[in-house]
Design a protein around this ligand. Structure first.
Ligand SMILES: [Fe+2]
Ligand SMILES: [Fe+2]
Length: 257
């Protein structure tokens, strides 16, 4: 049995903001909860929006906060991140041959693939949207080809699926059509996991199961028709737990309180 933990959208704020303390305290609390309740985990995945403003000092704060974790950590990038600043602070995280923070992990019966949906520069699409350029989609095709008959769980900060929340659906992966055209060339993608939504939900889209998890930092109010995103006050943080058991897996939502 393997236990994979998913921390979403920690949004560490800039060191010159008083809220850094608040965001770092929330991450510390989640790490303590993890260590107190599920300390036999194998890997901790952060699904992006690591640093609220993509600043060096935010990534330095992150490096200090995760130094207590003695298990493998997989970092992904979101629309709030800055690829260069992240790699400056975490030089041992190697990008792919095109410079994107994409990677894969092979488990006994499943492959995990982690995509980089950060659009930088983002001048031709809204800043909060995600994008997968041709190079990243080619890389994905190669990985899916290598996975062959093995089932794949795909991680990406921006959802390619819609959620029914109007404001968030405008801010998903901008070229989701290209993404689905790519993965439909293979029949091994089993599940899509995203950050960005700051809520736990699951569903089926274009024939693919998907899941999202609560944010470690702040939760989004569930308003389907709102034009703008609104954050909840006082809602508990949470994280995801994926249990791999042979060819089966279960996905859990844990609360931090
Ligand atoms: Fe976020
Ligand atoms: Fe995001």
């Amino acid at each position: 049995m393997k236990k994979i933990i998913v921390f979403s959208d920690i949004h560490l704020n800039s060191a010159d903001e008083p809220s850094l303390k608040k965001s770092s305290q929330k991450l510390e609390k989640a790490i303590l909860h993890l260590q107190g309740n599920h300390n036999d985990f194998d890997t901790l995945v952060f699904t992006g929006d690591l640093a609220d403003s993509g600043k060096i000092e935010e990534y330095s704060a992150l490096r200090n906060l995760v130094s207590v974790i003695n298990r493998p950590i997989k970092f992904m990038l979101g629309n709030h991140d800055n690829r260069k600043n992240f790699l400056d602070v975490f030089p041992y995280y190697q990008p792919d041959h095109n410079g994107f923070l994409q990677s894969s992990e092979a488990y006994e019966n499943l492959d995990f693939i982690f995509l980089d949906t950060l659009k930088d520069p983002h001048n031709d699409i809204p800043k909060s949207c995600g994008y997968l350029c041709e190079k990243r989609l080619d890389w994905l095709s190669q990985k899916l080809k290598e996975a062959d008959h093995k089932k794949v769980i795909l991680f990406m900060h921006h959802p390619a699926f819609t959620t029914g929340m109007q404001a968030m659906d405008l801010l998903r992966l901008k070229n989701s059509h290209d993404f689905f055209s790519t993965i439909k060339n293979f029949n091994n993608v089993n599940h899509l996991i995203s950050g960005h939504i700051h809520r736990s939900m699951c569903g089926l889209y274009e024939g693919y199961n998907f899941s999202t998890f609560k944010s470690i930092n702040q939760q989004m109010v569930l308003k389907f028709k709102a034009d703008r995103v609104e954050y909840a006050k006082g809602e508990n943080s949470g994280y995801g737990i994926i249990l791999l058991d042979g060819k089966n897996y279960t996905i859990h939502n844990e609360e931090v309180n």
